[in-house]
Write a protein that binds this ligand. Structure first.
Ligand SMILES: [Zn+2]
Length: 175
């Protein structure tokens, strides 16, 4: 996994957002946007927690390093040119439960109008997932590797559960 590749992907994805500073928006819109950003950060934190909880039952491994026979996605990994697994949907479908992924809505960034929450887990498809997930042998709990990103606002979830913005800072929405 090359970070440079992922970061350049983020730069591409977030270009549209960065052209519209929140400060120039009417206050109502800015408030809504703030709530959406907080929700996205919380989604990513919940996803990070879900992966870590899931790994506790799977030899301390994340799904990309666990066989499909055990609910992971190892044999199905298909990386796009930015290093994101286009088949993550197959293991995400199996990661739901009270202490893991609780509702399909967690996989949708509120600022992403192109995606909507799946009605149930069995119907989860690419159209229901905003976040992009990486896959490599380095994707293990507690590492500082990137686990997932939000392509809309550039938030990054690291394997250790930390969420930072694309500049490597704690998201402002988190304060
Ligand atoms: Zn987002």
């Amino acid at each position: 996994m090359k970070h440079a590749t992922i970061f350049s992907a983020l730069a591409l994805f977030t270009f549209g957002c960065s052209r519209t500073p929140t400060s120039s928006s009417p206050s109502g819109h800015a408030d809504e946007r703030y709530v959406q950003k907080v929700t996205c950060v919380n989604n990513l934190k919940q996803i990070g927690l879900a992966f870590r909880t899931w790994s506790a039952d799977h030899h301390d491994k994340f799904p990309c390093n666990v066989s499909t026979n055990e609910g992971g996605g190892l044999e199905l990994i298909a990386l796009d040119k930015f290093g994101f697994d286009t088949n993550a949907v197959f293991y995400l479908k199996n990661m739901h439960g009270p202490e893991i992924l609780t509702v399909p809505l967690l996989l949708v960034c509120p600022q992403d109008s192109s995606k909507s929450a799946a009605v149930d887990w069995s119907n989860l498809g690419l159209e229901n997932i905003s976040y992009k997930f990486t896959a490599s042998y380095k994707i293990i709990p507690d590492s500082k590797e990137i686990l997932a990103v939000c392509p809309v606002d550039g938030y990054i979830l690291y394997c250790d559960g930390t969420v930072l913005d694309k500049d490597g800072k704690t998201p402002k929405a988190d304060h």
